[in-house]
Write a protein that binds this ligand. Structure first.
Ligand code: ADP
Ligand code: ADP
Length: 231
């Protein structure tokens, strides 16, 4: 599904250059639940932004679902991104003036899905994350954990081939964190491919594969038995 080869990313700040990714090669298959784990500044967000087609790289090759996306134009990248990738961020990134249902319908508006179908699919996605009874609340009327569940519903409503989450529980307490990780595990059990960026080993422990990252390079890649959450 995801195959990157020898990816390099260099940031130039004034006269200084920072090599954020140093020949990273990684392959992720359909159905995996992978964490990219490493300390702050190791290049995890840079990698996720490239995997998610939010940012470009300087050298290397990226094949996504059999398509070489290396040479695509910005418009083409946006098209592939909207179709193939769902995002969940630490900061939720919800629209404050919209209610829960409208937030989740938004990707379907961009995808030109008809209105009645939008409502049906957004409601289903919200029921899946346990928010079927909060459809018409504004996002400032719900808790942080509920906000992140709205963001997860929004990320899956377009049925992307991969869900990318960058420190998704960074702003949440430990009980809420477990709720969110259970939702990710359930989605993965149903077949959703998930890539999660984290600096916390406790978070990576919920995934099936831990790719260790340091100074822009993969230092270890291990298959693990995910920590199970009690139902
Ligand atoms: P992580 O997500 O692991 O904390 P990042 O990918 O954010 O790491 O950063 C990797 C390195 O690249 C760091 O040295 C960071 O300061 C640098 N970096 C990240 N984004 C930018 C940017 N937009 N401009 C310049 N340097 C950046
Ligand atoms: P994270 O917590 O995900 O690692 P950061 O705080 O490292 O996030 O970065 C937040 C944003 O700032 C990202 O979009 C990243 O690309 C950018 N960024 C990080 N380091 C730098 C830097 N040295 N110069 C400019 N932008 C940076």
């Amino acid at each position: 599904m995801i195959e990157i080869t020898d990816i390099e990313k260099i940031y130039r700040l004034g006269g200084e250059t920072i090599k954020a990714l140093d020949k990273v090669t990684l392959s992720i298959k359909e159905g995996e639940f992978t964490s990219i784990m490493g300390p702050s500044g190791s290049g995890k967000s840079t990698l996720m932004n490239i995997l998610g087609l939010l940012d470009r790289f300087d050298n290397g090759k990226y094949m996504l679902n059999g398509t070489d996306v290396t040479e695509l134009s910005d418009d083409q990248l946006a098209g592939v991104r909207n179709k193939e990738i769902g995002f969940v961020f630490q900061s939720f990134n919800l629209m404050a003036r919209m209610n829960v249902l409208e937030n989740v319908m938004l990707p379907l508006v961009y995808a030109k899905v008809p209105a009645d179908e939008r409502k049906k699919r957004a409601t289903e996605a919200l029921e899946k994350v346990g928010l079927g009874d909060r459809l018409y609340h504004l996002t400032n009327e719900i808790s942080g954990g509920q906000k992140q569940r709205v963001a997860i519903a929004r990320s899956i409503v377009n049925r992307p081939s991969v869900l990318m989450a960058d420190e998704p529980t960074g702003n949440l307490d430990s009980k809420t964190t477990e709720d969110i990780m259970r939702i990710f595990q359930d989605l993965n059990d149903e077949g959703t491919t998930i890539v999660m960026v984290t600096h916390e080993p406790e978070m990576a422990a919920y995934t099936k594969r831990i790719v260790h990252f340091r100074d822009g390079q993969i230092t270890e890649d291990e298959t693990v038995t995910p920590k199970q959450l009690s139902k």
